[in-house]
Design a protein around this ligand. Structure first.
Ligand SMILES: [Zn+2]
Ligand SMILES: [Zn+2]
Length: 114
């Protein structure tokens, strides 16, 4: 395709595995996080939580990897049919008692320095 090098059509060549996984809800509280949500937060491994959980109970420490979170990029609507969000729910309520020590050890360290 001659216009394939023009950004917008680049997605034509993407494989499913190359894409950010858009999970449907917060891993901890289960709140719905649709692909256009501006409240979705992800870590480098795509662990997905809502903004409230990240800023509140997690203190910007991923309970799975110890890294920080960033806002999840919104996937443009016109690409969702071809590259849909993940359908099944990923739910793993954080064991706050077990997570506490990790959170307290990391929360004062900027994610780029962990
Ligand atoms: Zn949440
Ligand atoms: Zn993580």
């Amino acid at each position: 395709m001659e216009v394939a090098t023009r950004g917008l059509l680049r997605s034509e060549s993407l494989h499913e595995d190359d894409m950010l996984e858009l999970r449907a809800s917060c891993e901890h509280c289960g709140r719905s996080l649709p692909p256009n949500s501006t409240d979705a937060r992800i870590c480098t491994f795509e662990c997905t939580f809502c903004r409230e959980c990240v800023e509140g109970v997690l203190a910007n420490v991923c309970p799975n990897c110890g890294g920080g979170f960033e806002p999840r990029p919104v996937r443009p609507r016109h690409l969702l049919a071809k590259h849909p969000a993940r359908a099944d729910e990923v739910r793993k309520v954080v064991d706050l008692l077990a997570f506490g020590p990790l959170r307290e050890a990391r929360r004062g360290i900027a994610p780029q320095d962990r």
